[in-house]
Write a protein that binds this ligand. Structure first.
Ligand SMILES: *Cc1c(COP(=O)(O)O)cnc(C)c1O
Length: 405
């Protein structure tokens, strides 16, 4: 018998578990992803399917999208240099605005210098795989972002995961590693699905004790943690203790791109050896200008951070008072645990029907049993609007069987 399969069949088998979930969700009206947002309105609202909804799935934590200063900076740069990227940075791609942006980031992060890449994803991939080779060891929190995991895989280094935020486990892992290899400890500052904060002081101590580099991904902490929004070092009052301060320009910063801030020597080394810098185009001038201006706006308008903190407190305590499990979040990323795929999808459906744009996160993005609504709150929301969202999510939880009816 000839049992050789076709290329389509082999591909389908590979993606079948996820693809079947997608097809069944589409069939019963519970597919919520990839929906076009037709319009962004003030007050953290959007128009989807012609309907005004409160936006609770945005990463624009400080509400900077469409800020007049940021839009004007981007427009000025288009007038000067157009919309393209002119090439890779090393050849014809570098413009004055790229150097200015890197200076701004370095100052904002209290570092000597910074380097930018075309996305946060590319930054993690390229920086980790430049630092480490096959003999080396990387120690990664179990809940680290996919771009970190992919960067570790690309490096070929020994990949050691430690239990989520468990510093004792990290120490055991470090102790077990050989002494004469490069070691890198890496974690999200604020975890992208759970909203909890890494224990930076303990991590710094361990890295010193075991002579390891420390890299922290600040995608969800820049503009969020610390009195002036500078991130996790400011939050813990620690000064310049993180060797590689990585972040994205696509969340609080309303642009696109990624960066690492570090010492002059480290940044120089990355400029000459990291492949995403050498072989991928520069940021478009308008996006570089928007990012550059956004860091300045954060420092000029600290009231946004205060409002974000107040909004996060109100949102978390309101949801907890309804009886929801929100894990250990202390930030604007708020997991609303539903407990099964079906309940998460049902709760989302109810929320959307009642004008709250929130999205479900299901396995394999989170462990089975911890399926959730992943709700985010921003400085753009007003307290009354947040109360309304809490009430809608409360009812959604009852309808979906997450909470007693
Ligand atoms: C979003 C995110 C990234 C990727 O950033 P992009 O600029 O969107 O590519 C990296 N790390 C974390 C923790 C993120 O949440």
């Amino acid at each position: 018998m000839n049992t050789i399969t076709t290329k389509e069949e082999r591909l389908y088998q590979r993606v079948a578990p996820l693809f079947e979930l997608y097809e069944s969700a589409k069939a019963n009206g519970t597919y919520f992803y990839n929906r076009p947002i037709q319009k962004f309105l003030d007050g953290g609202k959007v128009v989807v399917n012609g309907k005004v909804m409160g936006m609770y799935a945005s990463y624009g934590y400080l509400g900077l999208l469409n800020h007049p200063r940021i839009n004007a900076a981007a427009q000025r740069e288009i007038d000067k240099f157009g919309t393209g990227t002119h090439g890779v940075r090393t050849l014809a791609g570098t413009l004055p605005i790229h150097n200015e942006l890197e200076r701004t980031i370095a100052d904002f992060k209290h570092a000597e210098d910074a380097i930018t890449y075309s996305s946060g994803y590319a930054t993690n991939l390229s920086v980790i795989s430049t630092l480490l080779g096959r003999r080396d060891y990387v120690f990664s929190d179990k809940l680290n972002h996919a771009s970190i995991v992919d960067g570790c895989a690309l490096s070929g280094a020994q990949f050691k995961r430690f239990r989520h935020r468990d510093m004792k486990h990290l120490e055991r892992r470090l102790k077990d590693a050989p002494k004469d290899v490069t070691k890198l400890v890496i974690a999200d500052a604020v975890f992208s699905m759970d909203g909890d904060i890494i224990d930076l002081p303990s991590m710094v101590d361990l890295c010193e004790k075991y002579d390891a580099w420390l890299m922290i991904d600040e995608a969800h902490s820049v503009g969020v943690l610390g009195k002036t929004g500078r991130g996790i070092e400011e939050y813990f009052g620690l000064g310049d203790v993180v060797d590689l301060k990585m972040g994205t320009l696509s969340k609080t910063i309303p642009s696109v791109g990624g960066y690492v801030a570090s010492t002059n020597k480290m940044i120089e080394m990355l400029r000459f050896t990291s492949r995403a810098y050498i072989f991928s185009a520069a940021l478009p001038p308008a996006q570089a200008a928007a990012a550059n201006e956004a860091f300045k706006v954060i420092l000029d308008e600290p009231e946004r951070i205060e409002k974000l903190n107040a909004n996060a407190k109100q949102f978390i305590s309101g949801l907890q008072a309804c009886g929801f499990n929100t894990l250990d979040t202390e930030t604007a990323v708020v997991p609303v645990i539903c407990g099964s795929v079906e309940k998460a999808l049902l709760a989302t459906k109810y929320a959307h029907e009642n004008g709250v744009f929130v999205l479900p996160v299901i396995s394999p993005a989170v462990p089975p049993g911890l399926e959730r609504l992943r709700a985010t709150v921003t400085a753009a929301h007003d307290p009354e609007e947040i109360d309304r969202a809490i009430e809608v999510i409360h009812q959604a939880g009852k309808k979906a069987g997450v909470l007693p009816a």
